[in-house]
Design a binder for this molecule. Sequence first.
Ligand SMILES: [Fe+2]
Length: 258
Amino acid sequence: MASKINRKIAIRNSRNIGALWRRHTFLFRNLYRLLRRRYRAFQKRDAVIGQFSVKKPSSSVGSLDLNRWCFVTDLLRPEDWDDLKSSWPSTWEFDPVKRRETQKIYDTGFRCMEGEFPPRIDRYPNLFATYQLFSSSEFANQISELCADGVKRTCYHIVSNVSWWGSSLVPHTDTFREDDLDAKFHINLIYFVDSNGTGWDSGGTAVLSDSSYDKPIFIPTNLNNSALVYRSYDLLHGFPSVKFGKFRKAITAHFRPI
Ligand SMILES: [Fe+2]
């Protein structure tokens, strides 16, 4: 759920030619992808689950303590990142953007809720290993270390997504229940796995100062093995339409206090 949305920007984003093409071919794409998945379901294979380990990011900009966000590079070990990137699932493994979608225009898949791993993820051992890493207490502790607030956290939600020409994320804040006293301690991590561009050309999710793209506070440039980590409560974020010929693949993970 998203709050503080500027409807005009959402409509403008959804009318980008690349987005229109994807949205209006939803039915065809969805049918094709469901059939592909069903066909592949008969081709059983044993997956060997890799083991990715926690490492300290190489460098960071911003501060989760002072700015409520930070950007880290080299999140995974280079060899793990290479494995993940080269074995990323095919497009048909992701649900296509729906026809009426105007706020989050990209494909999503492999949704993991409360530690319950999604079906078919065992076919992608490196993606599975990344999900297991993000779900581990060691990784959650590292996030809390970045926050420097002494709050212990757990990862409760992970989802992968693929962005393409015309993809966008309208500026918004995440929505919490009014009586959720833990809301201020929630952390989102957007792990940029792979892209062929930098910054807003390729869908670098930015931290924004208002509900437009006019006054960005921080736009990530390196979208390869890097991550934007932010306190999702009341912090505006989003990215404008991805440029023609550009893409980015990402995994988003959400953490809350325990
Ligand atoms: Fe969000």
